[in-house]
Design a protein around this ligand. Sequence first.
Ligand code: FES
Length: 215
Amino acid sequence: MPTVIINDVPMEARLGERLLDVARRNGAHIGFVCDGTAVCQTCQCRVLSGAEYLNPPNEAEKIWMPEQRLNDGNRLACQAALRGRGTVQILTTVEELRRQTLDVLAPPPGESGVNNLGPLLEHWLRLNVDQLAHFPFNIIRTLNRVGPARFLFPWQDVSAWVNDGVRAAAATTRDGGPSARAPVELPQPPSEARIRAALREVEAASRETARRRGV
Ligand code: FES
């Protein structure tokens, strides 16, 4: 059985499974705003090892990411699937940014928060420059690829999307998240009642959108 190490946490996976599916099942810290449609780019991750056990980057990834970014090992977790039984290790972009932010706010002993600001800003800037590199053709080609309806409303299963998002947020905030270098004061996760209420609101909005589209 393949193993995927996401943000330093080993997880069992199935052959053919997408990295995003493994991450969501295990409540890993990863973005999936567009529910895996390759529109939002929040599931970006850096493959640290085991790239040979993944499918090569596909068209959806090439639409958004410059060649150099792909060559540096960056992938969309919603497009990268397991095709070998080896171990794949990745660091999600949202987690890398979170760790870099922690290094600024609560620097490890002997380090300076001001000095750690440079790598954070550089990472954030590179991310935005790379996103803009293909604009507006990335938008046009994605619209052609998925169609306007899916582009504007990409969520297939709103309940699962909300539940997985809440689990990932809770796991990330608990104890400062995986591999946190220093404990920090973080807000408490929302209560179950609040989560259920938010879920009901999202489901109602989803039904309303589907009704307007005549689905
Ligand atoms: S989940 Fe949105 S691009 Fe992968």
